[in-house]
Design a protein around this ligand. Sequence first.
Ligand code: KG4
Ligand code: ZN
Length: 346
Amino acid sequence: ATFLRILGIETSCDETAASVVVRHEDGRGEILSDVVFSQLDEHSAYGGVVPEIAARAHVEALDGLIEEALARANVSLDEIDAVAATSGPGLIGGLIVGLMTAKAIARAAGKPLMAINHLEGHALTARLTDGLSFPYLMLLVSGGHTQLVLVRGVGEYERWGTTIDDALGEAFDKTAKLLGLPYPGGPAVEKAALKGNPDRFSLPRPLVGEARLDFSFSGLKTAVRQAATEIAPLSEQDIADICASFQKAVSRTLRDRIGRGLARFKQEFAHLDVDRALVVAGGVAANQEIRRTLQALCIENGFRFIAPPPRLCTDNAAMIAWAGLERMAEDLPTDGMDVAPRSRWP
Ligand code: KG4
Ligand code: ZN
């Protein structure tokens, strides 16, 4: 075949998604369809994702979404070259639903199966959207992950930094909850911050100045709680000021941490003539202030700043399909019917 076409399935958290992606002979990727069902409404009443509810919602939605993805791509199962599904890390119930469905389809249609690491999906997305070449740095900031990763090649990842406590999205969500703002907290905090004074509260900037590339956000949340308790009851302006101060502390922290990452990249590849690029992914990458901060940092350091469109930054199946295609193009092994989902998979 002059190209490969693959069906991708994603069910690791609270998005049920299916997608058909093709990899052309020249290596270029093209998304033929990309459908996502967000379970936000199912979980918002509980202030977070409830695993049991998520697993049941995946069961109900997945078959229909796969049919829709195939229909929109205008292909039948016969015309698909492989099936890729997220097999970890994530919530085990959802992973079982997606991987079992993928196995059933692969077996019935006689197609190879690719069990994909969700983080690899995020890591390779910029090659689908921007044709980026290796190596590059990737910052993944979502509700479950905060990682700075050196992407050397398909299957070659080096984690340079990770959070030692809360994920950044989690810090946004917890801060929102403390302030009585709705779930998910990120968009609510960002909106409130627009009308706030970022200099009213001096919040901590954890690990700033340290040589290691890790992150820590739980102290920030504690400081927000203290500030909120001291001035309670909170007016709308108080809430806006806390949100603005929180975002400022986050931005300054990222500036320091990622700045060190860029310096290390320059040092590591000083002898090579490589393009320098930083890719962001994950729901928090939708935050405009964080984007501006990272963009400015990249310009100062001679890096390209790549932020895939928000739809492909958050959880989706196109990235899983693409990771499968990249692995097939490298002749990496496919998976057998005995492959098991893994809730933890660094
Ligand atoms: O990648 P994602 O959709 O799902 C996973 O966690 O896998 O990320 C969701 C996270 C939530 O914590 C949410 O509060 C955060 O991303 N988020 C934001 C914004 N939009 C979503 N955080 C800050 N600013 C935003 N605009
Ligand atoms: Zn994700």
